[in-house]
Design a binder for this molecule. Structure first.
Ligand SMILES: [Zn+2]
Length: 201
């Protein structure tokens, strides 16, 4: 269970002029209070909390919801608040910034991997491993020899129903038969995603 903490504190107060407390009928005793704070996920400030405005009477110490007041008072409070806008401090977004950084790094790494694979498929090297998916049957091929026109690969004698476990069958003893492909054929297999991953040590 990931701990999620929601903090709410008073971040701004101000007088509500020319208003009467609905509870004790005192004049000019009302102030507005803006509550704000931060939501912490795993103790990291992740997002600013929702801002809530309430009204407090300094005479009878009762706190009211803003919706209990008429539009005129709501407008007064809105105007007072607009005179001193509260910014969302950047640190309250730390968690989101961290998350975006991690995601961008992941996506960037993914793109880099893809670019590398394009180089690998065009310039194969001995011992490159091709992970293949042929109609849901997964296996591996191992490049054993490269000539000007052809690529010779060793076929793995095992296939699996899932991509999981391919690393376990990728052992020398399993590569028993050899088959040659034209470079064009290999490229086609890659482009149609039959060869869906290339591993180069
Ligand atoms: Zn009052």
């Amino acid at each position: 269970m990931i701990p999620i903490l929601s903090e709410q504190n008073i971040i701004q107060t101000g007088k509500v002029r020319n208003a009467i407390c609905p509870n004790c009928k005192q004049k000019d005793s009302l102030e507005y209070r803006v509550y704000g704070g931060v939501i912490r996920i795993l103790f990291i400030p992740t997002l600013p909390n929702k801002r809530i405005t309430k009204v407090f009477c300094t005479a009878c110490e009762k706190e009211f919801q803003l919706k209990e007041f008429n539009d005129s008072i709501k407008q007064t409070i809105k105007y007072e608040k607009s005179k001193k806008p509260i910014k969302f401090p950047i640190w309250q977004f730390s968690g989101i910034i961290i998350l975006i950084s991690i995601l961008s790094f992941g996506i960037y790494t993914g793109i880099q991997m893809n670019n590398l694979e394009k180089v690998y498929i065009l310039e194969p090297k001995k011992n490159d491993i091709y992970k293949v998916n042929i109609n849901g049957q997964y296996s591996t091929l191992k490049v054993s020899n490269i000539t000007k026109d052809s690529i010779f690969v060793l076929l793995n004698q095992f296939t699996l129903n899932s991509y999981k476990g391919l690393d376990e069958i990728n052992i020398d003893e399993n590569y028993t038969t050899i088959k040659s492909f034209s470079r064009k054929d290999i490229l086609t297999l890659y482009n149609e995603n039959t060869i869906y991953e290339i591993i180069r040590e």
